[in-house]
Write a protein that binds this ligand. Structure first.
Ligand code: NCD
Ligand code: ZN
Length: 433
């Protein structure tokens, strides 16, 4: 392979070494950089949990060369102005490229979606079970009741109202698919991990997937289900696809590698929403990935401080870092399924298509950005806090062992693992218009 000016110029066997730098990758895998379509930078808002520098250092160390950041930073990204200032902040710190999701609130208008699209949003995200604090401009974990400061969550009506505009813009409509009515019926104090499972039953996911799919169907909008966590959620998605909804699915390494039984070992580091469920759910999701029904693996990288995460199950905030272990997890899962080379489909090719970046990212081909990862398939990696670049060092993946090691990572032809330079650019969807 030959690289010049940050792009891949030739991909052939037996290329003669020309003047320049030659990297010998014999015995290694050379893979495209990964695109993590679901991360929470916490920046702006909570830089003590994570900022664009620590997020993208973790990404670079793990072979992720593009992160797509969710809009629940503070102030939430609910319009073009906020999106542009967040882009400027990210540009000043990012070690890898980044894209930005825009937020759908229950009050969002189609004009606001158009403006965010023009400002470069990769898509829009609706949180069905989270309310919005008007004074803090923040998405909150609970729907809340009778508080004039809390705007109700986006609901199926919001999705139905905005789906035609989203379809016109040709961008994905991502949904945090937990149905608030189902959650409300099962709410309870969280004394043991089983309470978390009982309070967020998988029906919350399957109902939300079915209803969101039903309201998106006629408009032709592309619905994207974030962090799919259950067997019945997957079943609902397959049914919806059969009924004609344009639908993509994303699940995460924690749902593919862990189960509720890991709680005794891992503790509150694995508290997240939706929760990590049963072995039957895990097996169904792995099978969905194997069958190609689930196309994308993202991380829902959602760090908090280690202090916050050391609180009780009830008090600890939900979320875990994950971006640094995305590629390794997927290589391992793919190897377990018989072919490690499946991993780039889940973390490069399908994510690039989702984000409209498939003309420049997600593959090794002439003209594409030289975002490259060299992986040693003979060296193992064990996840320890010392290795982690995120502010939260104890995550859900702690203790996992992978049969691979990330050796070198390049963004547009330059090493970025361990680099402190802010070379990241904003990745904008290439529109066909
Ligand atoms: C996410 C967060 O903390 O921002 N937490 C989580 O447990 N998944 C929110 C989200 O992705 O829904
Ligand atoms: Zn979510």
């Amino acid at each position: 392979m030959q690289v010049a000016g940050g792009a891949i110029t030739r991909v052939e066997q037996g290329l003669q070494a020309t003047p320049g730098k030659v990297i010998d990758a014999s015995g290694m895998y050379v893979l495209p950089g990964a695109i993590d379509v679901h991360v929470h930078s916490r920046d702006p808002g909570f830089p003590e949990k994570e900022d664009f520098a620590s997020l993208t250092e973790a990404a670079a160390a793990g072979g992720v060369t593009v992160v797509l950041d969710m809009p629940n930073t503070v102030p939430a990204v609910d319009g073009a102005g906020v999106l542009e200032s967040k882009a400027a902040l990210a540009r000043s710190m990012a070690r890898v490229d980044f894209g930005l999701w825009g937020l759908i609130r229950s009050t969002t208008t189609s004009n606001q979606l158009e403006d965010m699209a023009a400002a470069g949003a990769v898509g829009f995200k609706a949180y069905l079970a989270y309310s919005f604090s008007l004074s803090r401009k923040q998405v909150l974990y609970s729907p809340g009741v009778d508080d004039p400061d809390l705007e109700p969550p986006a609901d199926y009506g919001t999705l139905a109202r905005l789906a035609p505009a989203v379809a016109r813009l040709g961008l994905p409509l991502a949904v945090h698919a937990e149905d608030p009515a189902v959650l409300a019926a099962f709410g309870r104090p969280l004394a043991a991990y089983q309470d978390l499972l009982d309070s967020r039953p998988a029906e919350g996911e399957s109902v939300a997937v079915s209803a969101a799919a039903a309201v998106a169907r006629e408009s032709g909008a592309h619905l994207h289900i974030a962090h799919l966590s259950s067997a019945i959620g997957l079943q609902a998605a397959e049914d919806a696809r059969r009924a004609g909804t344009t639908l993509t699915l994303e699940t995460c390494p924690q749902f593919l590698l862990l189960t509720a039984d890991d709680y005794d070992r891992v503790g509150t580091a694995m508290k997240m929403l939706p929760p990590i469920r049963t072995a039957a759910d895990r097996d169904a999701l792995v099978d969905g990935l194997r069958r190609g029904v689930i196309g994308i693996v993202s991380t829902d990288h959602a760090p908090h401080t280690d202090e916050e995460k050391s609180r009780s199950l009830e008090e600890a905030p939900a979320g875990s870092p994950g971006v640094q272990t995305l590629y390794l997890s997927c290589l391992q899962l793919a190897k377990n399924l018989g072919d490690a080379w499946l991993a780039p489909r889940w973390v490069c090719e399908a994510p690039a298509r989702l984000a409209g970046l498939d003309r420049s990212k997600g593959a090794i081909a002439p003209g594409f950005d030289a975002d490259l990862v060299i992986v040693d398939p003979r060296r193992k990696t064990r996840v320890t806090p010392r290795l982690m670049k995120s502010r939260q060092r104890h995550g859900a993946m702690e203790g996992q062992e992978f049969d691979f090691a990330i050796e070198q990572v390049f963004l547009r032809g330059e090493r970025v693992d361990g680099a402190k330079k802010a070379r990241g650019r904003m990745a904008r969807p290439a529109r066909i218009a």
